[in-house]
Design a protein around this ligand. Structure first.
Ligand code: FES
Length: 146
């Protein structure tokens, strides 16, 4: 029987790392929310960044296929401890290669690349707004949706 998926994909899919959410109102947190036009799958990836610009924590939630879940799980482990600049250079082709994704699943790893970029962008926008408006406020608790 030909195995359709590499065991790394299955492993990350069955026991995804770093699933969850960070407080998006925390000034040290950047949130990236992206969708794949090809299939409608959605990925949320959040980074917590320290004052030196190093990614200290990463969480994700993916409403999507197994490869998208595996890709996001893999990148959360991969970018933890990297600088924003290093994380911004992660390519979907690296993710796909690491997980041995078949060509039809390339867009799933693209979602992870897009999510990292979006999270970094969000973090930077937030920081530039904060420095423009004065001292950095304490994190506000996230308001629960009714
Ligand atoms: Fe769309 Fe995988 S099939 S993200």
């Amino acid at each position: 029987v030909k195995r359709a998926y590499h065991e790394k994909v299955i492993n990350h899919y069955e026991s995804p790392r770093n699933v969850g959410s960070l407080n998006k109102n925390d000034p040290n947190v950047g949130t990236g929310l992206v969708g794949a036009p090809a299939c409608g799958d959605v990925m949320k990836l959040q980074i917590m960044v320290d004052d030196e610009g190093i990614i200290k924590d990463v969480k994700f939630k993916t409403f999507g296929c197994g490869s998208a879940i595996a890709s996001s799980s893999f990148v959360t482990e991969h970018i933890k401890g990297l600088s924003l600049e290093q994380a911004g250079q992660v390519k979907n082709t690296e993710i796909a290669k690491e997980l041995s994704l078949p060509p039809v699943k390339l867009h799933c790893s693209m979602l992870a690349e897009d999510a990292i970029r979006a999270a970094i962008r969000d973090y930077k926008t937030k920081r530039s707004k904060l420095t423009a408006t004065g001292p950095i406020p304490e994190a506000q608790p996230e308001v629960a949706m009714a």
